[in-house]
Ligand binder design. Sequence first.
Ligand code: CDP
Length: 838
Amino acid sequence: MTSGPPQIKQETSSTSKPDLIIFGSKRKRKNDEPQSTVLNHGPSQDSNGGDRNTSSGNKKYKPNHAAVQNPLEGVQGKLKEKARKLWDQRKTLPIWSHADVIRQSLRDKDVLLLVGETGSGKSTQVPQILAKETWCTTQRVPATAANGKKGFVHVGGCIAITEPRRVAAVSLARRVAEEVGTPLGSSSPASTVGYNVRFDNSTSPCTKIKFLTEGMLLQEMLRDPGLREYSAVIVDEVHERGVNVDLVMGFLKTLINGKYKGRYGVPLKVGVMSATVSMEGLIKFFEGDSETRDPLSSGYRQAEAESEWSGFSESDKETPDTGANQEPHGRSGLQKNNNLRAFHNKACDPGRELSTEASSDKPDRNGPLLRTTNDSAVAICHIEGRQYPVTVVYSPEPVQDFVDASLRNIFQIHYKEPLPGDILVFLTGQTTVESLEHLVNEYAIGMSPDLPNLLALPLFAALPQSAQQRVFLPAPPKTRKVILATNIAETSVTVSGVRYVIDCGKSKIKQFRTRIGLDSLLVKPISKSAAIQRKGRAGREAPGQCYRLYTEQDYLNLQSQNTPEILRCDLGQAVLTMKARGVTNIIDFAFLDPPPREAIEKALMQLFQLKALDDSGAISKIGLEMARLPLTVPLARVLLAAGEPELRCVPEVIDIISALSVENIFLTLHSEEREEEAQVARRELYRREGDHLTLLTTVRAYCAEHTDRKGWAERHFVSHRAMQAVVDVRKQLRAQCYRSRIHTGSDDTDNTPITSELATTILKCFLNGFAVNTARLMPDGSYKTVVGNQLVAIHPSSGLYGKKVEAIMYNEFVFTNRSYARGVSAVQMDWVGEAIGG
Ligand code: CDP
């Protein structure tokens, strides 16, 4: 808390009276002019045969007040009053003047692209606007029309809205249920609004509006490729560009272009919504224009993508790749590579055998990746947001410790600025969030009693739902909320009351590194577009301030857009999903941005090694089962292996996987003294075999405690909050195993001793999925990865930190100032050899 007041620089922001956007140009809106406009794209005939595209190329829509009529007629009982109150807020949302446009667009066309600022009402209102459309009803169609079967089938009736994150899906479903005046999800068989997220499906037989994560929609597609439950799928937050949204988009395009194959000819309407993206690339994507090869008009260049995917080189340079350690067992690397080469030539593109030289070429973007044009029709709608001016305050010089700088800023704001006005801090992950939460609470104790209270609230993906939802509640009287969030608060959720944003300028991202063949977690600078989104969070309800913990020059140097994840991460999961969904030729998939061919080949090899694909590149039985599990590819493989007769350790593996699903179950401590205390308290939990077994003993000990789990967690310096999430995941995974007929044995295992034989079995089991995440001890005491021969150190958070063992297996590869293995256990090299060779 030392440096002087930061320099203030005023940025021009939009005014509270937004511009009207017509064909991408801006002009000032007159007082009496409606806010809406629609750009029609594709065929210019409307459903009545009229010319929709006038000579000026657009058609203005006056708000139809029927659209804003109270939809709560008939809503009865306790929920009615709340819904009525919310209705007053809802009808002021910018989206409502576009309701007719939205409805008409999807009557006329298959696809609607909707761009609107966060908070304009897209996610909550669009499904409600569409739910009463006549096309949004269940249709009973003769099965014979499509596949020669007798009888009738039911298609449609429900609207799916996909979200990149669980927290958004759940909080939106909760909000929309309140607005509709219906109980949420599975709480009542009559509920019409529900959600489906990993490990938590809360829907009813009457669900009409279903929020779900992109991953869950992909799961549903595996069971029902035609998505017959739905009349419409709305893809929200497409600009986030995680791998899953790219897959969803590709499959939706295929469904539309395949004349609703699998849907008995019943149309599927598609809405694509975004806060920031320019829609040019998406129009081309849906219309099949070959120029869709260029990414989403984000200006993102393929060449950049390829270099990002191949990884950055700092630690690659640490050790030249001699290949000396690439083959940890007797089998010849060359022979294996040749087999793999032949295999992935077939798997990648069954119709085309590549020569060894050709397969190492960069992908030919104009070759097999081209798609034919089709007649898909796309409508576009722009919605102006409500944005107040936001003052930007840059750090005068680069910040070394952004947790400390955030703390300083929080208290400066709190001392200077009166209520109301909550603070939203953007950090990189659970660890930094929890560190700052601890510091804020500690410093708040010494605050002047005249000041309002400070309520620090964490918000990150692995937080239990109940804790996440606290963020959305209004602050108690005379209290300022300080929300400590990862980038999930960037666009996914709306936290009302925020007037101050502190942006650390960084986020944690996954990046594939070719040399080591693994995804690494890296803390990297955010993009300019993310910085603008973060700033925007401060100006939703009143003028605000945004403190950027980086210099103005650093801001100017930021990359303009986020790199789509598909261009920078391991594609194992994506390729497995595609194969399970029946895509034989991965290269020809309808990618928004085709990933480098090399990345696809690597993924195919990985899946082949994990036995998820057979020799011909087709999905195996194991692969299908893996695809159906809500786990990453390696963890899914581990869980299936655990059910095999020679291993039989499913309950143990479930416990470990559940603990791995949160970033850290142990509390981060802030002094050496406390750290030493914790070491002593946790002694009974530590296992010499390493972190996997330590997680297991911790989960077991916590679950075996039936009277006071919170007290137990405090005594052992374990996060009670994280453990609640772990227990929840464990319950869901057990249920999933039961459904997938994976042999779980007895569930009552919390008091079963973990013998060293059992520990060995468990670690061998994990090697089924993590054999490539291994490193062996070198004569000089360092560790080098078995694949790629890269230097890697055991992370200080690991129980094996500083220990020398024959070889290590790790859960994650993290790169900060050097390469670290996190979640580490001791293994033997012959186990690794067995796992790779077997
Ligand atoms: O999707 P978009 O960001 O355009 O807006 P939205 O999520 O539909 O939110 C519209 C408004 O609903 C927000 O400005 C909030 O006032 C409110 N909302 C809320 O209070 N709680 C939620 N979980 C979601 C939205």
